[in-house]
Design a protein around this ligand. Structure first.
Ligand SMILES: Cc1cc2nc3c(=O)[nH]c(=O)nc-3n(C[C@H](O)[C@H](O)[C@H](O)COP(=O)(O)OP(=O)(O)OC[C@H]3O[C@@H](n4cnc5c(N)ncnc54)[C@H](O)[C@@H]3O)c2cc1C
Length: 460
């Protein structure tokens, strides 16, 4: 029989966002000692900010549609999401955890991350609901109660938190270096999980400073770029002064998506709303198209989407209404009375449509149904909701024993937004952070156990 001579040191989780916290919980549940380090004074600052928008935790939809949201990374994330979503089916629920699955619904729910996340939140005393769009929110739409309960539970599980510890890379001796309130510290963990986030909203902690340190270690990191971001168009001073901040409600946009090498690109259409900014556009509908638009911008130097100002009216109806005689009435009065177009919608027509087109009813009707808006650049990464790019999956072991471990640094696992995937808003960001956090935590636990096994000797 083998007995441990010396347990390896604890596992270091660096980054106390949703990915790092999920990794820490997974390690603690596996009986592995965990120390969590974060540069900020408190954990989960971006998670708390997400709570200001209602905390869209996940999405309730069948696994194939869910996984497809991760575009080019759907294939590599699919097994991690499936494993995460099937967690409640593989392990007995912990005390106090009631499943949100209807009786007999287990088979269909297999691999649905949304179902697992709802059960997990309920285990923390947070009930959730599914909105009409399929988005899942806590009933109170807040992040703070969930985060508080989660950290409390982790402390009870023995997780130690070290706040205001900023990791600054590896020393020449291989130890982790930290700047702390007590000065420089070095730590030699038994394994580590990096969950450092992307590089948007740097004031909340994730600043992308890790990119050169990982690259210097031989890790392939794709350049960080804005995802779910706004775009600059370059409005006239007149339009910007009058309409910046105005919402465009219930419109539709169409754009070409060449993601995953689609040739010809797929034409996509989505209904929703967005906001006119001082320099361009931002908001949920624009974010939905932002990955494809950013890729087109990088390739062509500009990207165009078409805006349907009246998605509830078909082209023939709009053409007939615009063509009605307007007598001495102005164009603005005519369009308002016939089609309800006014305010920022009318402003956009004046801004974007040549004078001759405004005077041509058939051409004007076409512009109302498909107004081209040409984007010049993405808004800066710091303003974006999330980050594209990051540690490439090719730089990581695929598992199943030690998933998400850096080839270049055995024993170092990565999770969350610092990995090279992106997804639209709708709960997909947090779900992938949780799922990769759990996978990296499980991988680090397996690695730690293997180290403990190495340091064994036959019992006397
Ligand atoms: C305004 C806004 C609203 C959002 N709303 C939603 C939503 O409703 N639903 C959704 O799914 N997603 C939402 N997101 C995205 C979601 O919050 C992120 O995808 C998620 O927080 C990323 O988790 P993470 O753990 O990978 O990184 P982060 O949450 O960024 O955490 C990384 C942690 O690492 C720490 N860290 C970084 N570098 C160091 C270092 N060198 N040393 C020590 N610590 C370090 C940081 O301080 C931070 O605590 C929103 C984002 C924003 C900006």
């Amino acid at each position: 029989m083998l007995t441990p001579v010396l347990a390896p040191p604890s596992v270091a989780v660096i980054g106390a966002g949703p990915a790092g916290l999920m990794a820490a919980e997974t390690l603690a549940l596996a009986g592995v000692p965990v120390d969590v380090y974060d540069a900020m004074p408190s954990a989960g600052r971006k998670f708390l900010l997400a709570g200001k928008g209602g905390l869209n935790l996940t999405h309730d939809e069948p696994a194939p549609a869910f996984v497809g949201r991760y575009r080019e990374r759907a294939a590599v994330l699919a097994p991690l999401l499936a494993d995460f979503g099937s967690e409640t089916l593989r392990v007995p629920p912990r005390a106090g955890l009631r499943s949100s699955r209807p009786p007999g619904g287990a088979r269909e729910d297999l691999g649905r991350p949304g179902v697992f996340l709802r059960d997990w939140a309920r285990g923390l005393g947070v009930e959730t609901f599914v909105g009409s769009s399929g988005r899942v929110f806590p009933v109170d739409m807040k992040a703070a109660p969930l985060l508080r309960a989660w950290i409390h539970r982790q402390r009870q599980q023995g997780v130690r938190f070290h706040m205001r510890w900023r990791w600054t890379g590896w020393g020449d001796d291989g130890a982790l270096r930290f700047e702390t309130p007590a000065g420089a510290q070095a730590v030699r963990p038994g394994a580590m999980v990096l969950a450092l986030g992307g590089a948007s909203w740097a004031r909340l902690g994730s600043d992308g400073a890790w990119v050169p340190w990982l690259r210097a270690s031989g890790v392939d990191v794709r350049a960080l770029e804005p995802a779910n971001c706004g775009f600059d168009i370059g409005w006239s001073a007149h339009f910007s002064a009058r309409h910046a901040g105005a919402p465009l409600k219930t419109v539709a946009i169409e754009w070409d998506d060449a993601g995953d090498g689609a040739d010809p690109p797929v034409r996509r259409r989505q209904k929703g709303e967005f906001v006119v900014t001082a320099t361009g556009v931002e908001g949920s509908l624009v974010y939905a198209a932002s990955a494809a638009l950013r890729q087109t911008l990088a390739r062509d130097g500009q990207a165009t989407f078409h805006l349907d100002l009246l998605p509830g009216r078909d082209a023939a109806f709009v053409a007939a209404e615009v063509a009605r005689p307007r007598g001495t009435r102005s164009l603005a009065t005519h369009l308002k009375s016939r089609l309800g177009i006014d305010g920022v919608k009318m402003g956009l027509l004046h801004e974007c449509v040549p004078r001759e087109t405004l005077a041509d009813p058939a051409a004007l009707a076409r512009a109302i149904k498909a107004l081209p808006l040409t984007l010049r650049r993405c808004r800066p990464l710091d303003e974006a909701i999330s980050t594209a790019g990051g540690v490439r999956f090719e730089a990581l072991t695929p598992g199943p024993q030690t998933p998400l471990m850096l080839h270049a640094r055995p024993g170092v696992f990565c999770a969350g937004e610092m990995l090279d995937w992106e997804a639209p808003t709708g709960g997909y960001l947090l779900t992938a952070c949780f799922a990769t956090g759990r996978a990296a935590g499980a991988g680090a636990a397996a690695w730690w156990r293997a180290q403990a096994g190495i340091q064994t000797r036959p019992e006397a």
